[in-house]
Write a protein that binds this ligand. Structure first.
Ligand SMILES: Cc1cc2nc3c(=O)[nH]c(=O)nc-3n(C[C@H](O)[C@H](O)[C@H](O)COP(=O)(O)OP(=O)(O)OC[C@H]3O[C@@H](n4cnc5c(N)ncnc54)[C@H](O)[C@@H]3O)c2cc1C
Length: 426
């Protein structure tokens, strides 16, 4: 597309301060390139540990850090808290919910993904997913309230107590597996000590997946190890099972209706509306189709990275929607922008797979590094090391590490607080 507007003095604009956006901002800032990062939140969120906030293992502030603090040592990088509502490719500007706009010389779109409910958007009201801190605090509140209600039931209501203690997780990928394990520990081990009327036998945690095994991205042996560990925690696994309806307090799996005090959605994602903003071609999940350098095929100054992009490696394999891929894509977009500004061709993006892992409960994980596969305690120790390494901020690493050690020794969940939804960061 022809560049109709003069943009020589305009900054690089990055939409989103997730893994991809922050990686791009750091690399551009280090190269002294004027950059503005726009995010609707004031914090960067470490989503891989969000399930621990939802299950009362960690506090929200332990896994988030202010974007301004993360970028404060980069004088050429500015931060703007606002929501992007559109992109005008002709005017080379990003439109903001506050009513303003910002002109860009180059644009990096890194606005992530959200939940997808297989063309049933009404299910969202009954089966929240976890993507933001508010989502996680809502789920934590629902889980803890279910325990409180079951505990204080009158004698004549007690026959239905098991219905009020049935928790369903939909989706057998890493997030679903991690959630199911953590809910089982929270409800069957920790709560049992503090709720005299709740025994582990009246709690049901059900993990539903439409495929024939959990963790499809991992080798079969690790998938089987994860299933065994979950069953050891008392989780019922339903494979080849499809959710057909959802309503308050109940779920239909195939033809069977089940009571469900809390249902959590971990089954699908759709990209942010970036394809619509850009008028660009997208895949079935709404991810923008990008060229080998991660720029739009018809606009070399606009890059789309992270979960918003449908990118392919040199061998044609799709780049997965994971944090390490997002980080690598963000770094690559920055490299490509720097190359272009030096009149050099943009390099091709090459994804380096660094492994897949998932944790089950407080001391078990499965990890596939390609050359090494681990499960059980060794897998968990590797999982802890990797997650602490990638977590932003020394304080967060210290607090989260101490928390895991404490939970490993005592089974205690440190953040079992019921709070008004969305009004705190506890
Ligand atoms: C619960 C959960 C668990 C996960 N576990 C793992 C895991 O164990 N390992 C792993 O590798 N990956 C995991 N992932 C996936 C990983 O978190 C994502 O692949 C990664 O976050 C993608 O990074 P991103 O920068 O593309 O998007 P995000 O990290 O989602 O960042 C997008 C940013 O854009 C901002 N934004 C969105 N829309 C707008 C707008 N209109 N205006 C302004 N700002 C906007 C958002 O506020 C956000 O800060 C998990 C994801 C979830 C949800």
């Amino acid at each position: 597309m022809a560049n109709a507007v003069r943009t020589e003095n305009a900054p690089v604009v990055i939409i989103g301060a997730g893994f991809a956006g922050l990686a791009a901002a750091r690399a551009l800032g280090a190269a002294g390139i004027s950059t503005v990062v726009i995010d609707r939140q004031n914090h960067h969120l470490f989503q891989p540990l969000l399930y621990q906030v939802a299950t009362a293992g960690l506090s929200a502030a332990d896994i988030a850090a202010p974007i301004r603090t993360i970028l404060r040592d980069l004088p050429d990088v500015g931060v703007l808290m606002d929501e992007v509502v559109g992109i005008d490719r002709v005017a080379r500007s990003v439109q903001l919910a506050s009513g303003g706009h910002i002109t860009f010389a180059q644009l990096v779109v890194a606005s992530g993904a959200r939940h997808a409910y297989f063309r049933n958007p009404e299910w969202a009201a009954h089966a929240p997913g976890i993507k933001t801190i508010d989502d996680a605090i809502r789920v934590r509140r629902d889980l803890l309230l279910a325990l409180e209600r079951a505990e204080t039931m009158r004698a004549e209501q007690r026959e239905t107590r098991a219905d009020h203690l049935t928790f369903v997780v939909v989706g057998g990928g890493p997030t679903g597996v991690e959630l199911a394990g953590a809910i089982a520990e929270l409800t069957r081990h920790a709560a049992e000590r503090d709720f005299p009327h709740i025994t582990r036998n009246c709690v049901r945690v059900i993990l539903v997946d439409s495929g024939d095994r959990l963790l499809k991205a991992l080798p079969e042996a690790l998938s089987a190890a994860a299933s065994r560990a979950l069953m050891g925690l008392g989780v019922e696994i339903r494979l080849n099972a499809r959710v057909t309806a959802l309503a308050a307090g109940q779920i239909m799996i195939g033809d069977a209706r089940l009571p469900a005090a809390v249902t959590i959605w971990a089954a699908g994602v759709a990209a942010s509306p970036a394809a619509r903003w850009l008028g660009a071609a997208a895949d079935g999940s709404g991810r923008v189709l990008v060229g080998p350098d991660l720029a739009l095929p018809d606009d070399a100054e606009i890059f789309v990275v992270g979960d918003t992009a449908a990118a392919c490696n040199a061998d044609g394999a799709a780049v997965p929607g994971v944090a390490t891929a997002a980080k690598q894509m963000g770094e690559h977009a920055a490299r490509a922008i720097i190359a272009r500004r030096q009149q050099q061709p943009a390099p091709r993006f090459r994804y380096r797979h660094q492994g897949s892992m998932a944790t089950i409960g407080r001391s078990h994980a499965v990890a596939d590094l390609g050359w090494l596969q681990l499960s059980g305690l060794p897998g968990w120790l590797l999982w802890c090391t990797v997650h602490l390494w990638f977590l932003a901020g020394f304080r967060n690493r210290l607090v989260v590490g101490a928390n895991w050690l404490w939970r490993y020794l005592t089974f205690e969940s440190s953040a079992r607080l019921i709070t008004q939804q969305g009004n705190d960061m506890s």
